[in-house]
Design a protein around this ligand. Sequence first.
Ligand SMILES: CC(C)=CCC/C(C)=C/CC/C(C)=C/CC/C(C)=C/COP(=O)(O)OP(=O)(O)O
Ligand SMILES: O=P(O)(O)OC[C@@H](O)CO
Ligand SMILES: [Mg+2]
Length: 255
Amino acid sequence: MQTTTTTLLQQLNSFKEQRKKALAVLIDPDKVDEDSLSKLLALCNTYPIDFFLVGGSLITTPSIQSVISQIKSQTSKPVILFPGNSLHIEPSADAILFLSLLSGRNPEFLIGQHVVAAPLLKQSQLEVLSTGYLLIESGRPTTVSYMSNTTPIPNNKPDIAACTALAGQYLGMKLIYLDAGSGAEIPVPAKLIQAVRGMIDIPLIVGGGLNTPEKVAQALEAGADIITIGNAFEDKPEFLEEVAKVFEKYNQASI
Ligand SMILES: CC(C)=CCC/C(C)=C/CC/C(C)=C/CC/C(C)=C/COP(=O)(O)OP(=O)(O)O
Ligand SMILES: O=P(O)(O)OC[C@@H](O)CO
Ligand SMILES: [Mg+2]
């Protein structure tokens, strides 16, 4: 019998078609130890999360692989790399966000790291998810803007964000990620999310500073298909219960 496997991209596209909102839990390998990760993973088995993102702008932990191995031993959800550079490729994950930093004008993060990464990805089994990555201004400089030496899109310029995202879609990218940056003071504004949502057809990921149920609900309401949460779960894993309630409301309404 022939078996067909669904790719992660197909799953994300089908969520979007069904209007099912997805939740990604971001694990920064530098910010967890075995015990704290174990506690978070136990909660991720209690509440319906969709996948894990693993990564950071700067990773000093020698083994991303051991973090992935712990996630895989405690849960069955897909693990997607969220890399800051080409050194962050770890073949034991399921997929990688192949990010091109479209909001910036630094060729290294638009195409340079990608050339180095491409042959490594070809040798791996990782599903490569071509992603237009847009940093949105969020109050104070973020790790990503510093590390990438780029300026984010002003958060009162929804048109610039929408046109940048559309250019990404026309270039063939399969996902758009709007990121206010990890621990952002001000998350991506609803108006800007709406403008991007209205311009593109591909799934939209939104993250950065989503640390209250209200902020999560606002991003979903504005049109995010996938929400990423990192810091708020690191600080308080129990926040997952509150987030799950927000998702339940949206996902029940979509059935
Ligand atoms: C193509 C490959 C393999 C690599 C390049 C990938 C690109 C273009 C990355 C864009 C720039 C960048 C540095 C992105 C990092 C995104 C990320 C994983 C953010 C998570 O948050 P942190 O920046 O680690 O925040 P903290 O300060 O809270 O740790
Ligand atoms: O850590 P937080 O603030 O949730 O941000 C998540 C992610 O979008 C950062 O790149
Ligand atoms: Mg980090």
